[in-house]
Design a protein around this ligand. Structure first.
Ligand code: SAH
Length: 482
């Protein structure tokens, strides 16, 4: 028997990549010793240098691709490896979709404890993008200086705060480049300094750009470290009028604002917003509804795929016009209001006050009067509502919603929330998830509580990254009556 060989830092090894890790890294094995290699593609044979060695595994740096995989492609973006925003640009898009499908499947099997054969029987094929580039309607670019003192806009290099200049990110809109060039050009000409984190000096911190894909309207918001008079009409940036005039020539420009952030923080946006040109908001349509979007509003960043994902959720909800629906973690009410059009009554629950205010306005704007919104934690609002109803009304039927939809953040649903859902016993549960690991954990709880998984459908909202969304339909198991 050969004894497992331990490797050490700086060892250079040749290995064939046989698997993909959850962060998109290549995984290869040498006599039971596992190597995790960023930017190596499944099927590649590579030479890699060990950076950090443990007893049974190591993280290694890709030194050279000796034999490229059939799935390897040249990254479209010249700085894909440095930037770190995209993790899978070296892999063909078809292979990336398969990776995402398998990631969801394997998490449900391994972390949810479901049988492979069963999971395969409920999995539907991933909804991929027709055009996996230029899909993001929002970008936030930090502004800084390069080594030569030139003003640059770009992205932070993976896990650092040093800016890599990129004005034309390929997953963002084509207008970003023109807008950033106008801003950095203006700063050079008017001696407007970028903010410096270390000294707390300088003015311009970030530029937020948003575009309504359907409306064509564009919003620019400059996040500034401004300490002067904070009045509308103030000159926040030297030469402000000329800057606005130049930006207003960009096709679609609708709103230019500044957001004041003087804190020493990683939070990008400041709360105080002043419109310096045009409208305070832009509008866009999503799922046939009109939304008004301010610089601080949450809005889905990939509207094309979002419509497909929510369309799938609506289909799973099986609405006929009479149903009572709860939409937990509802944000600005996108899913809630899409469902309101096809259901009897809908309730939305969301923790952020401003999002609930937007949701209510969105209901009015779209002429929907059968939606009620509650601000609070889903794990508190739902049990409170349920217990109050129990006290007031002993009729079980009125307590029982037809459908509960959940769309929680990455950490998944709180257990108390899941417990209450089980008590309320809806006919159908539609789980929209952005993290298949916590999804798998929550599915186990729902299935142990008397539900059956009927369908699982991944959807790619973030092409060239490792993130994948999933929508799951569960129904009450036959013989389980709440
Ligand atoms: N469905 C929404 C987006 C959901 S994102 C849309 O289409 O726009 C997840 C949302 O859950 C966020 O808006 C977040 O603010 C909210 N949230 C996070 N924790 C929560 C909790 N404990 N209870 C209710 N909402 C919560």
């Amino acid at each position: 028997m050969t004894k497992e060989k331990m490797h050490v830092k700086d060892d250079i090894l040749e290995v064939t990549i046989t698997d993909i890790g959850s962060d998109g890294e290549g995984i290869g094995k040498i006599e039971g010793y596992t190597l995790f290699i960023k930017d190596a593609v499944i099927g590649d044979t590579v030479r890699a240098k060990i950076m950090k060695a443990k007893k049974n595994y190591a993280y290694a740096h890709l030194e050279e691709v000796i034999k490229p995989s059939e799935y390897r492609v040249e990254p479209s973006c010249p700085i894909a490896r440095q930037c770190g925003g995209c993790q899978t640009q070296s892999m063909s898009y078809e292979r990336e979709l398969l990776f995402k499908q398998n990631k969801v499947r394997n998490n449900i099997v391994r972390l949810g404890g479901f049988e492979e054969g069963f999971v395969d029987s409920v999995m539907e094929p991933i909804i991929g993008m027709e055009e996996p580039w230029r899909y993001r309607n929002k970008a936030q670019f930090p502004i800084g200086k390069d080594k030569n003192g030139r003003i640059i806009a770009g992205f932070y290099a993976g896990r650092t705060h040093s800016i890599i200049p990129v004005s034309d990110c390929l997953i963002g809109t084509v207008e970003n480049k023109e807008i950033l060039e106008i801003i950095t050009g203006h700063m050079e000409k008017n001696n407007v300094q970028p903010y410096d984190e270390k000294s707390g000096k300088g003015l311009v911190r970030h530029v937020l750009i948003r575009k309504g894909f359907k409306s064509g309207q564009i919003m620019v918001c400059l996040v500034i470290n401004y300490r002067g008079s904070k009045k509308d009409g103030a000159e926040f940036i030297s030469g402000q009028k000329a800057l606005c005039e130049a930006l207003s020539k960009v096709t679609g420009m609708t709103s230019i604002s500044v957001s004041i952030n003087t804190e020493n923080t990683n939070v990008i946006m400041g709360y105080e917003i002043h419109t310096i040109w045009g409208e305070p908001t832009i509008r866009d349509t999503l799922c046939g509804l009109e939304f008004e979007i301010s610089p601080l509003s949450f809005f889905q960043v990939n509207p094309v795929q979002c419509e497909k994902l929510y369309g799938q959720a609506i289909e799973y909800a099986g609405l006929t016009g009479k149903e009572t629906v709860w939409d937990l973690y509802c944000g600005i009410g996108t899913i809630t209001l899409s469902m309101a059009k096809a259901a009897g009554h809908v309730y939305g629950v969301e923790i952020i006050d401003a999002a609930i205010e937007d949701a209510k306005k969105n209901a009015v704007r779209n002429g929907l009067s059968n939606a009620d919104f509650f601000c609070g934690k889903a794990e508190e609002v739902l049990p409170d509502f349920y217990e109050k109803q129990m006290k007031e009304n002993k009729e079980a039927a009125s307590l029982h919603p037809d459908v509960i939809v959940v769309d929680p953040p990455r950490k998944g649903c709180d257990e108390k929330c899941l417990e209450t859902m089980l008590k309320m016993g809806p006919d159908r549960i539609v789980y929209v998830s952005c993290d298949s690991a916590t999804l798998a954990r929550d599915l186990r709880i729902l299935v142990d509580g008397g539900y059956e998984i009927k369908k699982v459908r991944p959807c790619d909202m973030f092409g060239h990254t490792v993130h994948v969304e999933t929508v799951v339909l569960l129904t009450k198991a036959s013989g389980s009556e709440g």
